[in-house]
Design a binder for this molecule. Sequence first.
Ligand SMILES: *Cc1c(COP(=O)(O)O)cnc(C)c1O
Length: 789
Amino acid sequence: MHLTKDTLRADVLRHLTYTLGKDAPHASAYDWRMALSYAVRDRIMGPWFQSTRRTWAEGRKRVYYLSMEFLIGRLLQDAVVNLGLDDLAREVMAGFGQDFMGLVEGEPDAALGNGGLGRLAACFMESMATVGCPAYGYGIRYEHGLFRQRFEGGQQVESPEDWLTQTNPWEFPRPESAYTIGFKGQIEGERWVPGETVVASAHDTPVIGWQGGWANTLRLWAAKPTTLFDLDRFNRGDHTAAAEPEALARTLSRVLYPDDTTYQGKELRLKQEYFLTSAALQDILRRHLAAGLSVADLPAHVAIQMNDTHPAIAGPELIRLLVDEHAMAFDTALETARACLGYTNHTLLPEALEKWPTYMFGTVLPRHMQIVERIDSWHRRTFHPPHYVGIVKHHEVRMGELAFIMSHKVNGVSALHSELVKTSLFPELHRTHPGQIVNQTNGVTPRRWLAMANRPLSGVITQAIGPGWEADLDRLKGLENHIEDKGFRDAFQAAKRQNKQALAGWIAASQGVQISPDALFDVQVKRIHEYKRQLLNILQTIAHWHRLRETPHASAVPRVKIFGGKSAPGYAAAKEIIHLINDVAAVVNADAQVGDRLKVVYPANYNVSMAERLIPAADLSEQISTAGMEASGTGNMKFMMNGAPTIGTLDGANVEILQEVGAENFFLFGLTTDEAIRRRETPNQSARAIEGSEMLKIVLQLIAEGRFSPDQPDRYHGLLHRIWHHDHFLVAADFDAYDAAQARVDQAYADPEIWVRMAARNTARSGFFSSDRTIRSYMKDIWNIPPAL
Ligand SMILES: *Cc1c(COP(=O)(O)O)cnc(C)c1O
């Protein structure tokens, strides 16, 4: 890995010439980026092959991470940073007259996920490579990832995303790794004869860890037809119909479902889930048997983690493969599968729990329907759960119960969430299987979210505590000793200011809104969902605006409210909130009386790359979900690492952030989980809250009058009605507490010496939220794998 400037330069030129077929004087920015990507990729091959060889040679157990989503983002800068080529790449490309960051920004995001769940899978892949955990990620190579978002008249408009129209330099097609996947058909005797088949064809992307010490594989499956082309039909002149088999198969890996917290019982989705899972399991068995091992040895060599219930068909599918293709007895196959499988639960929201009508499940997967029923009766016979507990109930197959029963460990993703999984989601199964539910608090990779995204702050950290914190994040604690050093505080503040300046430049150029880096940057970026309560934030923004207008001469801390996030296309209530935010932004930003004291910006198409731009520039992290509804959150951790204190509720991993950082460095407000449950049972709870809050009454009145929608004054009457009468997410109940917490934020921010200490303590105490810690904990508690590094 000792790469000199000259060799990297020569490699880039060689790829430009021989891989891209371009002469340097005629090369575009695209060509230079591709040439650099190939030159960097070459450096990954050594560690990649080495890791694979070691895993085989030492007979190491592997993790197989099954996920319908991998929200990866861009890969060039990530690879450059992990290989330690950052300065070199800048220098070499500058020598060609190319700006490295300009090239980096030309890479399309791999947006094969919706939000937190998919981004977690991507952080885990990077951390497994960093800590030396032999692993494969298995997913779907969607042709179109998450839709692109734009605003028209303030409303969300979706268009297809097309990351694959450019060559993807990071993937290697593996047409030799292909498996047949069946659907429908009949059972003849004990054998399943599928009525439809497609082929799953592998595409591998290497995932390189910190300093190139280890590399794993992300294997994504593309669907291909089993018969390419209907030649008979073509010869008869029916050219469109001739291509039907291909079109049919390709729909399977065509597009990512854009719902993140609601579940729709669509047959195509069930087929996608089985497609991923069956391909992965066939591949796992092939690799296991190729090592000369027997199927009975699977649990010693294979740990399969199901990221939510989406791949929960893994239980019955593994049994099917073991029984039908490897002649194992049913009960042995079931025990073998359970010993391999783990299930991560990501949500308590009932609308997100997958349930398939038995007629659909039985039609698409007839053999699996039989197996599910046998699993259910085995479970009853063996564990005697209460009679009403089961996988098949009310003519539905319940994937949560299936995943639970087929796993040896079930985990929640934060301390609070894991307790709620025990007490409110699976209380009977928890009693039947005590000890099976464990907690694994989420984390994020500090390489991408700090070292790469925030170079100014990374420099300050390294200056203070030396290098190496990137893979040992607890070392950030060492920053505490520097917080009383004025020079350190100034440097910390200067880094934040540099990021804010850069963001202000980007906002001016992309949004046409001027924002001052002196203002407090208050950021809420995440999927738009009622439970995440962007509505609470925008209502408080209106209150703040109203106060500024009422007291034009009072000194106030200037604020920029920054929003980002997409709504599921069919989620009307979330889309209304987007519309309201944009309507409020238009009025506030045009108000000369308020001027720089308040701006509202909402750049469209929030994705990983936008997060990398916004989070390092944030002063305040908005984590304001209704208590008991956010399983963990990971955005909250990224902000904390980057020195942004949280304004937040006692929800998800906020609880642990508060514990780590201390109450004096966190703006806590709002009802607790128990209080929220009781509050919902109080008759007219929201109307009472509104009646009791002068400010909230004013805010709702302003909206009702059409102050933000003069072209259509009644635009938000439906939304207002829901706040008054159906406020399930307790926006009204928490409004005054949130408004008061925002006043405390202003007070603290007004004294830069107070604020910079709070910000620095957030970074210093964020070590626990490295996904390296999370992965080591899964390895110990669930996978039983020792680290190779
Ligand atoms: C981290 C991240 C998320 C998750 O954010 P939460 O605030 O935890 O919901 C979603 N989308 C993107 C692009 C992210 O980077």
